[in-house]
Write a protein that binds this ligand. Structure first.
Ligand SMILES: NC(=O)C1=CN([C@@H]2O[C@H](COP(=O)(O)OP(=O)(O)OC[C@H]3O[C@@H](n4cnc5c(N)ncnc54)[C@H](O)[C@@H]3O)[C@@H](O)[C@H]2O)[C@@H](O)CC1
Ligand SMILES: Nc1ncnc2c1ncn2[C@@H]1O[C@H](COP(=O)(O)OP(=O)(O)O)[C@@H](O)[C@H]1O
Ligand SMILES: [Mg+2]
Length: 282
């Protein structure tokens, strides 16, 4: 196993690109988040708001029809495209080409959603982040992995990772299997946990930010939005994964003295993204 590289401020400053004073929303990147199902539209409101607050110029979501009003009211800055189905995603039809796509928050596992994802990835060439049930669907259909753009980012928590790579009998075995999976499929794996590791073939990065305040519903959905945003802003996939994970953890570190562990929620990650960015400039 190669040396583990810590994701600390020095590593981040090598990758972080400050905003150009002459930029405009048309060149700040247009991101698309695809997901949601009846009862899990919140995952999409969180992911899309996190995406905007991480700096991309435009954000569109694609979700089932039941999410339309919810999204427009909760996040007026976000644009909405809807599926023909009311409660789940059945066919993904887009009317523009985004710079990056996040797929999976709250998407559920309806059989029609499996088919929609299959059809979508067969033709998609846009850089992709896959999370949540998007990962669970890929785990049940491993022959679809060949359709993914190279360096697609997977963001599994431990349980989702197990569904993808099978059981492990030690930490070393878990890393060995994750590295093999990353290499075989040319994917980047964000192994979420405490701490989060990022695997890109033989390269292993260990995050140094974050704390137990993040152990709350929706913080993973927020991370998907943040990484998708960075990819839409032209960061290379590995840089988007590293910077996204670092900033996400940093929000919880900055917030902790004000919120404590227990009252911190996923919306607070979004609330503190600005302070996390500002701390990079100090
Ligand atoms: N407001 C919303 O709409 C929310 C929607 N969510 C969506 O709900 C769906 C289900 O996601 P879940 O992750 O809850 O379901 P999963 O069934 O994938 O994972 C949860 C299970 O994994 C176990 N587990 C073991 N190790 C874990 C670890 N390190 N981290 C997390 N879980 C671990 C848990 O105990 C639990 O049994 C996803 O589509 C997700 O996007 C959730 O993110 C919660 C918030
Ligand atoms: N104890 C902890 N310490 C640090 N980070 C944590 C801890 N618990 C959870 N996290 C982080 O919170 C996020 C949870 O993601 P996930 O399990 O997908 O949540 P959800 O699906 O509810 O959005 C991950 O980024 C994970 O690394
Ligand atoms: Mg999750």
């Amino acid at each position: 196993m190669k040396a583990v590289i810590p994701i600390d401020k020095t590593e981040i400053l090598k990758r972080y690109k400050p905003i150009n004073a002459h930029t405009h929303k048309g060149i700040q990147g247009h991101a698309l988040i695809i997901g949601g199902s009846y009862g899990k539209i919140g995952a999409m409101t969180l992911a899309s708001m996190a995406c905007l607050k991480t700096g991309c110029g435009l954000v569109t979501v694609f979700l089932p029809r039941c999410g339309y009003r919810v999204l427009q009211i909760a996040n007026p800055e976000v644009m909405v495209l809807t599926d023909i189905a009311v409660k789940y995603i059945s066919k993904i039809i887009l009317n523009f080409v985004p710079q990056a796509i996040g797929l999976g928050p709250g998407i559920g596992q309806d059989i029609e959603t499996h088919t929609a994802i299959h059809r979508f990835i067969k033709t998609n060439t846009v850089p992709l982040v896959i999370d949540a049930d998007g990962l669970n669907i890929m785990a049940q259909n491993k022959d679809w992995l060949t359709f993914l753009p190279k360096k697609t980012i997977f963001t599994p928590h431990q349980k989702e990772l197990e569904r993808l790579i099978g059981n492990w009998d030690s930490e070393a075995d878990k890393f060995k299997k994750t590295i093999a999976f990353s290499k075989q499929n040319n994917l980047i794996l964000v192994m979420k946990g405490a701490p989060t590791y990022i695997i890109d073939g033989d390269a292993i990065y260990k995050n140094t930010t974050g704390n137990a305040a993040l152990a709350t519903a929706g913080t993973g959905d927020v991370l998907t939005g943040m990484i998708t945003s960075l990819m839409a802003q032209s960061y290379e996939p590995i840089d988007a994964a590293i910077l996204g994970v670092y900033l996400h953890g940093l929000t919880a570190d900055i917030a902790l003295p004000e919120t404590g562990y227990q009252s911190f929620i996923a919306s607070d990650v979004i609330k503190y993204i600005g302070k996390a960015y500002l701390s990079l400039e100090k």
